[in-house]
Design a binder for this molecule. Sequence first.
Ligand code: G1P
Length: 302
Amino acid sequence: MADASVHTPVSKVVIPVAGLGTRFLPATKTIPKVLLPVVDRPALEYIVEEASRAGLDDVLLVIGRGQDSVLDHFDRRPELEAALEAKGDKARLDAVRHSAELATMHAVRQDEPRGLGHAVLCAQRHVGRESFAVQLGDDMIDPRDPLLPAMLDVQRRYGGVVLGLIEVPSEHIHRYGCVAATPTGETFDGYSAINVSALVEKPTAEQAPSNLAIIGRYVLPPEVFDAIRATPPGAGGEIQLTDAIARLLYDGMPVHGVIFTGRRYDTGDRSDYLKAVVQLAVERDDLGPEFRAWLSEFVRAQ
Ligand code: G1P
């Protein structure tokens, strides 16, 4: 396969947000899951901030019906800003403006949720013939341990596909896409880069070729769109991005992974979400000291 995308600089990121948020019902009956607050900011704001820090300042949100508020969060709110300005509330004014200053935001509709592969395919017209990144909203990466810059370096070096990976206990591998891999011997920002030789979506512990799980960070070449189109529904009856990447690999596209060992917060289910809120709250300069003291007391009393 021709690998025209090797030297294309990456500036666009696609963030699929159209999921139904089933695990958080009834909260997500009218509020999109990515707008649920993690402390006092929507989960998605952390994700877009991570992209912006990595130089990915063209963001395409793949949204579902009734989710226009997701895009609105990244717009200006002149009346609110004027009211805060009049009150001299500089801190809140900055916080409100912050989300509108992170990136140029775009949105496209996914008509029905047919899987992650299908959501990414909705981005084709916007992305065109460039390599691009994908971030999933459930994984928050701590800004002190950036992952995207290392993945973009690997993409510059090898082209093709680059996956964000973590090691998980084998009893958890069935929740993820899993890869078989060999080391490249190289590290990027301290994270090991590996050569991927096979991918399987949500394997059982017995089927899994390793304990390396795909987390919600990808760098993809534009060839992935044709691969998605050619991919039949897979695990869960959905069009899986993992299956489309396996197809690219089979056709000769280089596929690498970066094994992330930094701090990460999963907001995918209720229990992980609660942990993420507590972890981030105790580290905040404004809330942390008082909250940490209360939390220690609370735990002692249990
Ligand atoms: C998706 C991907 C899976 C990946 C996971 C990471 O699954 O299909 O390969 O490991 O995201 O969060 P989902 O969590 O949408 O079921």
